[in-house]
Design a protein around this ligand. Structure first.
Ligand SMILES: Nc1nc2c(ncn2[C@@H]2O[C@H](COP(=O)(O)OP(=O)(O)O)[C@@H](O)[C@H]2O)c(=O)[nH]1
Ligand SMILES: [Mg+2]
Length: 387
């Protein structure tokens, strides 16, 4: 294991959280605690050389601009990156060198896959992908044998160079061949998820959001809270954003359309940019996003974007019709209830070391199952909200 390098290891979170305790984040991965590894879900980035793995990691989590990735040097050892220093989203990303080989004895694959939550396999769609598909099959089957709980995600990457038709064609082809290959090696029960991605638009953030969401055990509870909030406040769409990475860690159960997601991402940029220019007090540590953060943007098509701080790391961004924004008082009140409920979900998780979930996989808040009728309705509902 001498080839591992920790040079990008993030500074541990310093515990300065305003609203939440310092261990606020995801629950630890289900790996063996004895092996001395960090108890964070681990996401592995794999794929051929130059497929775009390091670029993805830099753009999504380190604010690198897509053009700068042209100058990235190729990775020749596993780079472990701790995503937790300033962000709610806490996990490790391991960026693998493209030329990694299973017969290389310096890698301990039992350990690598054993504690892994998700394996992201990146395929360069602008290149010939035959070799990539062979590698995919090899990696997935090997990883599955060691740890069948891994979520397998395939990023069909660099699709910015393809037209709409060829994107679809490429996805269909890769999907079909990957599934066929698995069937040929008698692993047809392995589930692969496919995403079309590019670092030049929001698709990479969207895809990563979905990967990260699968690692959040509290997701059903968060979704449900967002649904309740929306119904009672006449909100059309709401996202719970990790502000630093602009990954959404949950959204309500209506389908996500890319445009709304992009609008919300752009709103976060606007808010952070404006407050780092005008909103930072001199005597304080510069913090562009804090308890006071909130913003309202009216679009000229009768739609309103509304952003509120949920905690140091998270923001709620909602899209609603301008007419429904007349009830701002109710929306704000419902938001406070929502924020409280979120806080309870995570406090509970932090308190109990034992598994949080019950039979239907959702946490219990205040002795009540968070999924189910009537939950929180006494506080969140207001008859006037929809009248
Ligand atoms: N057109 C395009 N190029 C990309 C994209 N992502 C990465 N690249 C380029 O692909 C090259 C290889 O990227 P790199 O991250 O070093 O690949 P790695 O070897 O898999 O880590 C770089 O020149 C990137 O600028 C993308 O989404 N679209
Ligand atoms: Mg690399």
């Amino acid at each position: 294991m001498s080839s591992y390098q920790d040079d990008e290891e993030g500074v541990p979170f310093d515990g300065q959280a305003s609203s939440f305790p310092k261990d606020f984040g995801y629950s630890g991965f289900e790996g063996d605690p004895e092996n001395g590894f960090d108890h964070k879900p681990r996401i592995l980035l794999m794929g051929l050389r130059r497929s775009g793995k390091s670029s993805i990691q830099k753009v999504v989590f380190h604010k690198m601009s897509p053009n700068e990735t042209l100058f990235l040097e190729s990775t020749n050892k596993i780079i472990k990156d701790d995503i937790n220093n300033s962000s709610f989203v806490q996990f490790q990303i391991w960026d693998f060198p493209g030329q990694i080989d299973f017969f290389d004895s310096c890698y301990d694959f039992e350990m690598i896959f054993g504690g892994c939550g998700a394996l992201v396999f990146v395929i360069d769609a602008q290149d010939d992908y035959n070799e990539a598909l062979n590698k995919l099959n090899l990696f997935v089957t090997k990883a599955y044998k060691i740890n069948p709980n891994i979520k397998f995600e395939v990023f069909i990457h660099k699709v910015d160079g393809l037209g709409d038709d060829s994107k679809m064609e490429c996805q269909r082809d890769i999907h079909q061949r990957a599934i066929d290959d698995l069937a040929d090696s008698s692993f047809e029960h392995i589930h692969l998820s496919f995403h079309l991605t590019s670092i030049y638009d929001h698709s990479i953030f969207e895809a990563f959001s979905k990967v990260v969401q699968k690692l959040i055990t509290q997701l059903p509870a968060l979704e449900n809270l967002l649904n309740i909030l929306n119904t009672n406040s006449a909100i059309e769409k709401s996202f719970l954003f990790d502000v630093v990475s602009k990954i959404y860690i949950a959204t309500d159960s209506t389908p996500v359309d890319m445009q709304s997601y992009e609008l919300c991402c752009d709103m976060i940029d606007v808010v952070i940019d404006l407050s780092s220019i005008y909103g930072v007090k001199e005597e304080q540590e510069p913090a562009a996003f804090d308890k006071e953060s909130s913003s309202l943007i009216k679009l000229n098509n009768g739609t309103v974007l509304y952003l509120r701080e949920v905690n140091q790391f998270l923001a709620l961004v909602c899209i609603l019709r301008e007419d429904n924004f007349d009830h701002k008082g109710i929306i704000d009140y419902n938001f406070l209830c929502f924020r409280n409920a979120i806080q309870q979900v995570f406090e509970l998780r932090n308190k109990t070391q034992s598994p949080l979930t019950n039979s239907i996989g959702s946490p219990v808040v205040n002795g009540k199952n968070i999924i189910g009728e009537g939950h929180l309705s006494p506080t969140l509902t207001d008859e006037h909200a929809l009248s």
